[in-house]
Design a binder for this molecule. Structure first.
Ligand SMILES: [Zn+2]
Length: 446
């Protein structure tokens, strides 16, 4: 295929996208036009497009052009261990497989690994990623530099820990001040860089490895600078018990972050599997966002989020791969496993067996794109194919997701979404663009 590299350009293809008003865009023979500034200037049926636009279009039919996926939770230094440690619980897995890897993720290692990591996100169809780095300032600089060069839309943060940490050089007496100062310098260098394509997330790892003071100071830093704030909450029963032991003054896990001033619309909490009604209400009331990571939650046997209950309460939820808790960067995989996990709740009798599925395939597609963008406050900018938005796109070859026998045309958009989710293939994303600039990664394996 003749793939455009930089804007302006036009692509003729099948189009599939959630829409801001709640509907779905489906054009079997559509056209997207990306203007010189990397924004969508036209989205619609090819038949409705002016001849001048159509004449110069790159014809990608029968590929499907969709909004790029949004991954709300992943750990970049952990990518090399994806798929390892099955059968362990969270805290044991961290100790055995994750901390040694992150300890080694210094500047030179990040220099080597980060470019390939960003290509891997793009190859999976992810054009926006909110990720955790390691604890070292130099490794964060290298990670940001790699994102800047690659072109992906990225929000990254240096992990902060002051009570179970893997950095042997650290002096316990100065770690809080040092971690805050490093985070502040990184915010200054990278928050809003590349014309707003790169952002910073202040990243206390989770309550088990952070003192109340570190949580509070990190939240204050995020609030003062407009950076995001991200951490983990209520992932695993053992972790929840440990947090209760460490923070006896808190009502529950969410209250630990509430007391720190960490809740709000710029905050993304990963997992939130076992929330009480009180915790759920508090997250909704404060507008706090949640990254749902069903693949990771089953890999580590953490639990299955009661997604229907959360959505009904009005919680803002998007999807996260949580690599390496999740073995796969593909948000399509996350949708598939998320769907299975919700079915498992009904099969096991935890949810009513006679209720329908919590979400349809088109709903899952929305969760992985537009709802993820909304969780980041970016839904006016990205997340769907709508005129005026920035051109963060992917092109998918549906032949990779074709049926085992026969060649069903999947004319119905819900059938197409179902096929892409339940028969997703690691090579089906053939191209990805951010602001109309093509990303390296997709198609690299042939
Ligand atoms: Zn995580």
């Amino acid at each position: 295929m003749d793939l455009p590299i930089t804007p302006p350009f036009a692509i003729r293809a099948r189009l599939l996208s959630p829409l801001a008003d709640g509907g779905t865009l489906h054009e079997p023979d559509g056209l997207v036009v990306v203007d010189a500034g990397g924004r969508l200037g036209f989205v619609g049926a090819a038949a409705d497009a002016p001849d001048a636009l159509l004449a110069g279009a790159h014809d990608l039919r029968p590929w499907v052009v969709m909004p790029g996926m949004v991954d709300l939770h992943a750990h970049l230094p952990q990518l090399p261990n994806a798929g390892l440690g099955a059968g362990l619980d969270l805290l044991t897995w961290l100790d055995r497989y994750i901390f040694p890897l992150e300890r080694a993720f210094d500047g030179p290692t990040a220099e080597r690994v980060a470019p390939a990591a960003w290509r891997a996100f793009a190859a999976a169809g992810t054009t926006t990623a909110l990720v955790y780095g390691a604890v070292y300032e130099a490794s964060l600089d290298a990670t940001f530099r790699a994102a800047e060069a690659h072109g992906i839309r990225a929000i990254v943060g240096k992990v902060m820990m002051d009570r179970i940490t893997y950095d042997p050089t650290i002096d316990a007496a100065v770690i809080l001040d040092q971690s805050l100062a490093e985070s502040a310098r990184l915010i200054e260098r990278w928050h809003g860089a590349a014309d707003g394509r790169l952002s910073y997330a202040v990243t206390p790892r989770f309550a088990v490895s952070c003192s109340a003071e570190m949580l509070r100071e990190s939240a204050a830093l995020a609030a003062a600078t407009g950076a995001y704030w991200q951490t983990h909450v209520s992932e695993d029963r053992g972790e929840i018990a440990e947090v209760a032991r460490l923070f006896p003054e808190a009502i529950d896990y969410v209250d630990v972050y509430d007391r720190a001033g960490g809740l709000g619309a710029r905050t993304v909490l990963a997992h939130a599997v076992h929330l009480s009604d009180r915790e759920l209400d508090r997250l909704v009331a404060t507008g706090t966002r949640v990254a749902h990571c069903p693949v990771s939650n089953l890999f580590l046997a953490s639990g299955v989020m009661p997604l229907g209950r959360y959505l009904e309460a009005g919680l803002s939820v998007g999807l996260g791969s949580d690599v390496a808790g999740g073995p796969d960067l593909s948000i399509f995989t996350v949708m598939r496993v998320g769907f299975y996990a919700q079915n498992a709740r009904r099969v096991a009798g935890v949810d009513r067996a006679d209720s329908g599925p919590v979400l349809t395939p088109l709903d899952w597609l929305r969760l992985g794109s537009l709802d993820g963008a909304r969780a980041l406050g970016l839904d006016a900018t990205i997340g769907s194919l709508e005129v005026g938005k920035e051109a963060d796109l992917i092109a998918v070859d549906p032949a990779y997701a074709a049926p085992l026998v026969g060649q069903a045309p999947d004319e119905d958009p819900a059938d197409l979404a179902s096929r892409l989710i339940f028969r997703s293939h690691p090579d089906m994303v053939r191209a990805a663009w951010v602001r109309g600039r093509r990303l390296d990664g997709p198609g690299a394996r042939g």
